[in-house]
Design a protein around this ligand. Structure first.
Ligand code: NAG
Ligand code: NAG
Ligand code: NAG
Ligand code: NAG
Ligand code: NAG
Ligand code: NAG
Ligand code: NAG
Length: 406
């Protein structure tokens, strides 16, 4: 008797659940019938198994800023390019940059003059110029970029561009430079002093020597907000990758990465507390840029993902990254250039920075080797490979890519 009562209870619970389920399903169909955008109906927010259908975005312009983990983002974009057989707007004549530091022009892109706009991805260094970028990229392109805290950015630039920026060359170390930057920095001097003051501001196409006038600064921030759909923050790189992947409707696997172009710790110079403060003043345009978009970044996360979901996905990303590292890499951390056995996988070296790289495990099967290798291929070699893929008839340049690729 008791058994029958309890089984009846179970059945009625099932029936109630079924009724509720049918009710929601009915509403779902009605919404479809009236072409409603379900996203705007708050009741659906807690409805876990409904996911807004979206298609991966494949037309993408990434403004690659300097010393902001952007090489790692570029590797992600290159691998995505291959996954979907996309076309990259590579620099014409096998240059490494799209005309940087000159303001971007459409003709800086390989084959643009002959074939016109037929590209999906643009991600090489360039100085942003929307009017010209629009000539090259499709109308439904997603524009995004990445910023980094100007304090650590300036230290990184100093070491990396020590030989390029006259202001850096003249000073002994970054603390000496920041103690009195006015002594070393001459904005009219030829060379690459753009790295020595408000370099991000410059990359976005604006004057890095402009007066920090509130009206001007605010108007530039508004223009950047209009031109870019998303601004990521390098200091929260994993959070940025989760936000990016959600925004572009990609898989989490598409944004799993190994850190590229990082420096050996012994080349990091530590700034004195006073000089840390000084950067905010010396690079005040960049400081305002960073603060503004750090705020919009976190607001975006709160509004679109929520912190709980964000960290769930960040943890998943880190787990996947760890698994891949164990599968692919010989050493658990990046190694010095001299320790990299495959010459073709050595990263480009610059200034006083020792740029690190990776060694792969031996005896990986061909398919694993291929995918692991792509994750650690430095940008110049990867570009060279994509160039050969897109333009098979053109002659190869001296920089080569791993032979098994051809
Ligand atoms: C963008 O436009 C192209 C045609 O120009 C179309 O094939 C593609 O599906 C569109 N992509 C998105 C994400 O809307
Ligand atoms: C990309 O091209 C390869 C070879 O032509 C093909 O096998 C693959 O299905 C294509 N992938 C996509 C996503 O179009
Ligand atoms: C700055 O550089 C310009 C161009 O080289 C030069 O004419 C000028 O004298 C320099 N100014 C200072 C203060 O050194
Ligand atoms: C900023 O703009 C306001 C209103 O347009 C104007 O009154 C003010 O003088 C401007 N400030 C500066 C420093 O240009
Ligand atoms: C960036 O935003 C986070 C979250 O609001 C905050 O904790 C952090 O202090 C901000 N960074 C700067 C440099 O303002
Ligand atoms: C790289 O080499 C430098 C000295 O040249 C050494 O101090 C540093 O520990 C090495 N880094 C790694 C990751 O091996
Ligand atoms: C793996 O690649 C090597 C070199 O390209 C080739 O000789 C070998 O046959 C490949 N093995 C398999 C199982 O495809």
């Amino acid at each position: 008797m008791r058994d029958r009562v309890s089984s009846f209870r179970v059945i009625s619970r099932h029936l109630r659940f079924l009724a509720l389920f049918t009710f929601w399903l009915g509403i779902l169909f009605l919404c479809g019938f009236f072409h409603m955008n379900i996203n705007f109906i708050p009741v659906w927010k807690g409805f876990t198994f409904y996911q807004e259908p979206c298609h991966p975005r494949t037309n993408i312009m990434f403004l690659k800023t300097h010393k902001t983990a952007s090489s790692t983002v570029m590797n992600i974009l290159f691998r995505f390019t291959e996954k979907f057989n996309l076309t990259v707007a590579l620099p014409a004549g096998r240059q490494f940059h799209l005309g940087y530091p000159d303001s971007f022009e459409a003709e800086f892109v390989e084959e643009f003059k002959t074939t016109g706009p037929s590209y999906n991805i643009m991600c090489n260094h360039l100085r942003f110029n929307l009017k010209e970028v629009r000539k090259v990229m499709p109308v439904n392109t997603t524009y995004f970029s990445i910023l980094r805290n100007p304090v650590s950015l300036l230290e990184s630039s100093y070491v990396y561009y020590k030989d390029y920026a006259p202001a850096f060359k003249k000073s002994r170390d970054v603390n000496e430079y920041l103690a009195s930057p006015g002594i070393y920095y001459n904005k009219s001097e030829s060379g690459y002093n753009i790295y020595a003051k408000n370099n991000m501001w410059f990359d976005f196409g604006y004057d890095n020597n402009a007066e920090d006038d509130e009206n001007y600064t605010q108007s530039v921030l508004r223009m950047i907000e209009q031109d870019f759909h998303l601004i990521l923050i390098a200091d929260y790189f994993d959070e940025s990758m989760v936000l990016l992947k959600n925004f572009l409707c990609w898989d989490l696997d598409d944004v799993v990465y190994f850190k590229l172009n990082s420096r050996s710790l012994n080349t990091i110079q530590s700034l004195t507390p006073e000089n840390k403060e000084k950067v905010k003043d010396w690079c005040s345009l960049d400081w305002k840029l960073y603060q503004h978009f750090n705020k919009t970044f976190w607001r975006r996360i709160q509004e679109n993902i929520g912190l709980k979901n964000l960290y769930r996905e960040v943890n998943l990303l880190r787990k996947k990254q760890k698994q891949l590292m164990e599968k692919c890499l010989l050493d658990p951390v990046p190694v010095n250039e001299t320790q990299i056995k495959d010459k073709l996988l050595k990263p480009f070296q610059s200034g006083d920075a020792h740029i690190l790289g990776y060694n792969l495990k031996h005896n990986l099967d061909n398919e694993t080797l291929r995918s692991c290798q792509k994750m650690i291929t430095p940008e110049l070699q990867y570009m060279s490979y994509l160039y050969a893929l897109q333009y098979p008839d053109k002659k190869r340049k001296s920089i080569n890519f791993p032979s098994w690729w051809s």
